[in-house]
Design a protein around this ligand. Structure first.
Ligand SMILES: [Zn+2]
Length: 442
């Protein structure tokens, strides 16, 4: 190994403590104020160049931004929980991205690691059967939970920063650590890509813990992320007395219900998998009132951009058709998007090579099926488009319930192997980048 084992042990212990603190204080997408402040503070202490907020997020490409009231409440909560007020100002309005750059002592390529930071609107299991509850770091934010392991990603990202900051003399080129907000809902990556965050990157790795993988195994060839679109739909009709003058009403609930049924009736696509889900439908105000408002949150997905676009196009037609039939107005808003991307085998092999000397870690180079969608795919595509290499790596880490459930938990012991392999891979990629990893001049 390039770095001594004792340093990894220290970084691992710190990562567990960081993860538990973040797990106790989860924040939803674009409101990761406390988390981003902790990240920025730590990266600065370690001597990295830190860019944050609007410097790393393009305002015009943001979608699905929480309401002003939601942003304000989360900001106040972060302040109350002790986040640095001077730093917080840079994140105001939901610009919660952070990028730390570590310049090595020697010339070489730019190697980037991307981790995400957001939690989910899920109420965490508080029973003693759930380890975070039993060990005192269950979510203190009611109805919000790190149920996908992004707390562990931040902890591992900071662990990598800590080890590499101390190994600067051995770094060729530079290392970029990207802390992305709002992966859930596919909202955080595009504004960072458009801000040019990966435009100089030669090798890019995104990580995700995976409860379906075997603990201690790394899977750097993840395939099959679904392209997706997330939509909010508002139907506006006309209220009327349900007994006295029903014919004067324009029923928004009926339009939403018909749209929902129609969405599930969209024909499958011959070329690959597709998905549709209406996750929220709210409508109406009282038993004897023709409902004048309805609200739906839905998503469509596909194996390719082509299939996802097909699903989106059909979904919009179904929604507009249902609205027209009920003579209600409809407004469709895109709240997030993800695309597809493939891991480059040369990069996956370089990671496997770096892992060869690391005890208790196994690398499985066979394609590992992604469980859903990921907006890291936008970073991957951007890097690959410019001639660089990209990989998406699952860190097998299963315990507790599945992803996005109230009993989700992960095996913390896997942090050490992941931090070690990431650091060793980043250091060796800098010294000897795979051929295709040298960015084409343009
Ligand atoms: Zn996730």
């Amino acid at each position: 190994m390039i770095v001594e084992e004792a340093r990894y042990q220290r970084a691992f212990e710190e990562a567990v403590a960081t993860r538990r603190d973040l797990h106790r204080h989860p924040e939803l997408g674009l409101t990761e104020f406390r988390t981003a402040a902790i990240v920025a503070t730590r990266l600065r202490e370690l001597g990295l160049e830190v860019r944050l907020g609007r410097e790393v997020m393009d305002e015009a490409s943001r979608v699905g931004v929480p309401s002003a009231a939601e942003l304000r409440a989360a900001y106040e909560r972060a302040l109350a929980e002790g986040a640095d007020p001077a730093l917080l100002r840079a994140f105001e309005g939901g610009f919660t991205g952070v990028v730390g750059t570590l310049r090595g002592a020697q010339a070489g390529p730019v190697v980037a690691l991307r981790v995400d930071m957001d939690a989910l609107p899920i109420r965490e299991d508080a029973s003693t059967g759930h380890p975070p509850a039993r060990e005192g770091f269950v979510s203190a934010h009611d109805g919000i939970m790190h149920a996908c392991g992004h707390d562990t990603h931040v902890a591992m990202g900071l662990g990598v920063a800590e080890v590499l900051a101390a190994a600067r003399s051995r770094i060729h080129g530079s290392v970029k650590l990207i802390f992305q907000p709002a992966e859930e809902g596919g909202r955080g990556a595009v504004p960072m890509v458009r801000a040019g965050v990966v435009d100089d990157v030669d090798c890019f790795v995104a990580i995700h813990v995976g409860s379906d993988g075997e603990s201690g195994t790394l899977y750097p060839v993840v395939t099959g992320h679904l392209a997706s679109s997330k939509l909010d739909v508002r139907f506006r009709g006309r209220a009327a007395h349900a007994g006295g003058r029903p014919e004067e009403g324009r029923n928004a609930l009926l339009a939403a219900a018909q749209a929902t049924l129609g969405l599930y009736a969209i024909s499958r696509h011959h070329a690959g998998r597709s998905r549709v889900n209406v996750g929220v439908l709210r409508a109406g105000s009282g038993r004897n009132v023709i409902p004048d408002e309805a609200f739906c949150m839905l998503e469509v997905r596909g194996d390719s951009e082509e299939i996802a676009d097909y699903m989106l196009h059909r979904a919009e037609a179904v929604i507009r058709g249902a609205a027209a039939a009920a003579e209600v107005e409809v407004e469709i808003e895109t709240m997030g998007r993800t695309t597809t991307a493939d891991s480059d085998s040369a990069l996956a092999e370089a990671i496997a090579h770096a892992a060869a000397g690391v005890p208790s870690v196994r690398v499985d180079l066979r394609p590992h099926q992604a469980p859903g969608s990921e907006d890291a795919t936008y970073f991957m595509r951007r890097v690959q488009e410019r001639g660089g290499l990209a990989a998406y790596m699952v860190v097998g880490s299963g315990t507790g319930g599945g992803h996005h459930t109230r009993t989700f938990d992960i095996d913390e012991s896997t942090f050490k192997g992941a931090i070690t392999v990431l650091c060793e891979a980043i250091l060796s990629l800098g010294a000897a980048p795979p051929e295709a990893g040298r960015r084409r001049a343009n």
